[in-house]
Design a protein around this ligand. Structure first.
Ligand SMILES: *Cc1c(COP(=O)(O)O)cnc(C)c1O
Length: 192
């Protein structure tokens, strides 16, 4: 996917015209301001939510987005289920793993991943398709990609959302099925 956060509608349109239709945004407000209209013009757009989701924004996310990459806690699962039922939608979800166990990052800890995945499937009956990770900055990503892949495999999930501009080729080597590439496509962002 092209990660279009911090970039203009015009820049996104240029990539749509070139045939790229998968986009990722990390803030729902920004996503709405750009994609509500874009999605009317380009029916093929598939929008991925790749940033932290506040439960009070769940309705907005379910209304606009097509896939969620950042499901990481029971309270959010409950809100998403409620909104999906209301809107008659079933959005594929990835469980975000805090693979480097970093206090400032969101995501479920690796040790709690299996339990949370099963809870999402059995209790909340959400369509869990895979796992997502953001390895620690300034460290080799490969070991974290390998760990993330193991979590997916042992839970019978076959989608892996991993890899950004600096490490997407490595991610693909470790089995990524979707990479999230921003800077390498759109250039530098003003802010993240
Ligand atoms: C911004 C962002 C990306 C893209 O990062 P780049 O380094 O610009 O490719 C990927 N994933 C997430 C979750 C992001 O927030």
């Amino acid at each position: 996917m092209g990660v279009s956060k911090g970039h203009t509608v015009q820049a996104i349109q240029n990539y749509c015209d070139a045939g790229l239709f998968n986009y990722g945004e990390n803030r729902i407000d920004e996503a709405e301001s750009k994609f509500s209209l874009l999605k009317e013009d380009y029916s093929k757009i598939h929008l991925h939510m790749i940033g932290p989701i506040q439960t009070n924004k769940a309705a907005h996310v379910v209304r606009l987005c097509d896939t969620i990459h950042t499901l990481d806690r029971p309270k959010l699962a409950v809100s998403l289920v409620k909104e999906m039922e209301k809107m008659g939608k079933q959005l594929p979800c990835y469980i975000q793993i805090n693979i480097g166990e970093e206090p400032q990052k969101s995501g479920v800890l690796p040790a709690h991943a299996d339990t949370f995945i099963q809870e999402c499937q059995k209790i909340y009956q959400l369509p869990i398709v895979g796992v997502m990770c953001i390895p620690p900055l300034n460290e080799a990503s490969a070991p974290y990609f390998a760990l993330t892949r193991q979590i997916a495999l042992r839970n019978g999930l076959n989608q892996l959302s991993m890899g950004m501009s600096h490490d997407y080729s490595e991610a693909v080597r470790y089995g990524a099925t979707i990479v999230r590439v921003g800077t390498a496509l759109f250039g530098k962002r003003e802010s993240t």
